[in-house]
Design a binder for this molecule. Structure first.
Ligand code: NFS
Length: 648
């Protein structure tokens, strides 16, 4: 077993080696045990939606070409795919719904532990929802916004307000004409489950169509609500420095890792962890203090707003426990490996689940309710402090950490590019038009042990910025970029092409902008909407020289994200192919013909450098179509020329 074949991250390699030596298994070992994986499943052509099955289609054409009900490979794979969209959209949107409930509580209950931290954003968002803001006080506006947002989940009439308030008009027209304007968040997800039930639709294109409508209700609905309300409740991010990788754990302090996705509890844990009483208690127990570090997207919510260090991304969760210095691994929902239950049993680490939606065998459960947030957070911090004494030895923390800047948002990017007095997207658009910046790419998504951990993200991002493509990143991809030093402003001079380096150095930004957690992929959508609105680069997102990618994706959420980028007009390249390759017509539709319907399409490419080149090629194609690739001839004007100039 060569750790370098498993991860490109030095800290991870060290811990993988230690796990192997200790005979403790991790995700990579379990993947090996699963080999060879089921070929039918990989190709998407097995169906177990009813008990006449399970059925499978012979991909070589010799055996059965239809299930018992008559469903073909295209039908089966399309149903399976859109059910993945339903899973992903449900996860994001339910996260959004939880934040919406916390928001409602903060609005209605004065003694609530949550308050409105960003009034300006509250007013901006409320105005988008058509709520009167002038002359009204914060509470009234917030109360109306709370009702409006709640209605987005379950309303029975009309369409999503946000799908009309945020995207460019040309994009809305595409959706309307194609019939995929989302109606309400829950409805679209439920309709996927209905349509994929035995004996409903079998036309693969029509199944995909519902997948498109549901993912739009995620990206421009549930995820966007999660982002907007989190900014209002926990404060809008602002560029902030943070440390990244397992080296942020501290042998001399009580270490608490917050892991999962929702910021609601972790935000309070971060706040109470520095209360003098608790710090004193930690010291009395022999520790130097209390160190909160994050994992996965909860980490990002904390680092975007508080600069809390991030211990690692998805494939590092087991490795973090292996360091032996984690007193409490505190988890909420999503991307938490069940393996943590038995693994933490080998150490003094206490794995604590907090959501009624997520209980894990081997974990203890302390149920979190927003009305007792501070109380619960203190209880958990105390458990961690008391557990410090149970630590055996000094642990094995790899001495590997990097620093980076996070905290970019749709709103504050305009300040960084345009300056305080000229805040706008104009400078970005101008730099794209003049070619210094060729375009932009969103590189996002998970880790997957089928790929060398982090290699896909880093190799792809480096290739893009070398070719003057500005990168925005979220989630585990952003954590990978930070650990590789790509979120330092100095990275511009080191890794970028001349044009992008010049722009980054002039305004002092790193070439990879950290725009948040996975629900914050909604920020990428609104950034694209702002670029269109600024003008000069076409009328629609599908006109822009941009591309999206998830080189190491694995989750259903990533399918929903990829699908909403495609549905928003973005060419999107992913590492592992979607599980549709056993369905030739469906594959052709998703990777080619769909572009005519909605302006975006999927591509699959495991080699991250090749994938980056495909993205660059697409960006150049869009630049050609916009007519901004013509080299302008430099001309020295004489007096006669000057006289012909007119001032518009
Ligand atoms: Ni998003 Fe992937 Fe999970 Fe976050 Fe990481 S694995 S789909 S990035 S933590 S959600």
């Amino acid at each position: 077993m060569d750790p370098k074949k498993r991860s490109s991250d030095k800290a991870a390699q060290e811990m993988i080696k230690q796990m192997a030596e200790a005979g403790i298994e991790n995700a990579w070992d379990r993947l090996e045990q699963q080999e060879p994986q089921c070929g039918f499943g990989k190709l998407g052509i097995c169906c177990r939606n009813c008990t006449m099955g399970p059925c499978r289609i012979d991909p070589f054409g010799d055996g059965p070409q239809a299930g018992v009900c008559g469903a073909t490979a295209d039908t089966i794979a399309a149903r399976n795919l859109v059910r993945m969209v339903a899973g992903g959209a449900a996860a994001h949107s339910d996260h959004g719904r939880d934040i919406a409930h916390t928001f409602k509580m903060a609005v209605e209950n004065e003694s609530c532990d949550y308050t409105i931290k960003d009034e300006l954003k509250l007013r901006e968002v409320a105005a988008r929802y058509g709520i009167k803001v002038e002359g009204r006080d914060t509470k009234e506006i917030a109360s109306d916004l709370s009702d409006a947002v709640m209605a987005e989940f379950g309303k029975q009439e009309g369409t999503l307000v946000s799908a009309a308030a945020y995207p460019p008009p040309a994009r809305q027209k595409v959706w309307k004409e194609f019939g995929i304007t989302p109606r309400s968040i829950d409805r679209e997800i439920v309709e996927i489950m209905h349509r994929t039930h035995i004996g409903v639709g079998s036309d693969y294109k029509n199944l995909v169509k519902q997948g498109l409508r549901a993912c739009l209700s995620d990206g421009w609905g549930g995820s966007l609500i999660a982002t907007e309300l989190s900014d209002i409740l926990f404060g809008s991010p602002w560029p902030i420095q943070f440390g990244a990788n397992l080296g942020v754990l501290d042998a001399e302090q009580v270490n608490i890792i917050v892991h999962g996705h929702e910021p609601t509890l972790s935000d309070i844990v971060v706040a109470v962890s520095q209360e003098p009483e608790l710090v004193k208690m930690a010291k009395d127990n022999g520790a130097k203090g209390i160190n909160i570090a994050g994992m996965c997207c909860t980490a990002i919510e904390m680092l975007m707003r508080h600069g809390i260090p991030v211990a690692g991304n998805f494939l590092q969760q087991e490795l973090a426990v292996m360091t032996g210095v984690v007193e409490v691994m505190l988890v909420d929902v999503q991307c938490i490996m069940p393996a943590l239950g038995s693994l933490s049993g080998c150490f003094h680490t206490r794995l604590i689940t907090t959501s009624p939606k997520c209980k894990i065998a081997g974990a203890e459960h302390i149920e979190f309710h927003e009305d007792k947030a501070v109380e619960t957070a203190r209880e958990i911090v105390k458990i961690a402090i008391e557990n410090f004494a149970n630590r055996k030895g000094k642990g094995n923390i790899p001495k590997v950490k990097e620093r980076g800047i996070a905290g970019f948002t749709t709103e504050n990017i305009s300040y960084h590019l345009g300056g305080r007095f000229r805040a706008s997207y104009r400078p970005l658009n101008d730099n794209i038009i003049n070619g210094r910046v060729r375009g932009a790419a969103g590189v996002v998504g998970c880790n997957n042990p089928k790929q060398v951990h982090d290699y896909g993200h880093i190799a792809m991002i480096k290739e893009l910025i070398k070719n003057d493509v500005l990168v925005v990143s979220t989630g585990c991809s952003a954590i990978a970029a930070a650990k590789a030093g790509l979120m330092r402003p100095e990275a511009a001079a080191k890794y970028c092409g001349k044009g992008l380096a010049e722009v980054c150095e002039t305004v002092g930004i790193p070439p990879v902008l950290h725009v948040g957690s996975c629900v914050d992929n909604s920020r990428i959508l609104t950034i694209l909407a702002n670029i269109v609105a600024e003008g000069g680069l076409g009328d629609d997102i599908s006109d822009l020289p941009v591309a999206g990618a998830a080189p190491e994706w694995m989750s259903e959420k990533a399918v929903s994200i990829g699908m909403y980028f495609v549905a928003s007009g973005v060419y999107t390249v992913i590492g592992e192919p979607l599980p549709v390759l056993g369905a030739p017509n469906l594959t052709r539709y998703l990777t080619d013909e769909i572009e005519k319907d909605i302006g975006g399409k999927w591509a699959f490419e495991r080699d991250p450098i090749k994938a980056a080149r495909m993205m660059i090629e697409h960006i150049e194609k869009k630049r050609d179509a916009l007519g901004i690739n013509v080299e302008k001839e430099r001309k020295l004007y004489d007096m006669a020329d000057r006289r012909t100039l007119t001032i518009e």
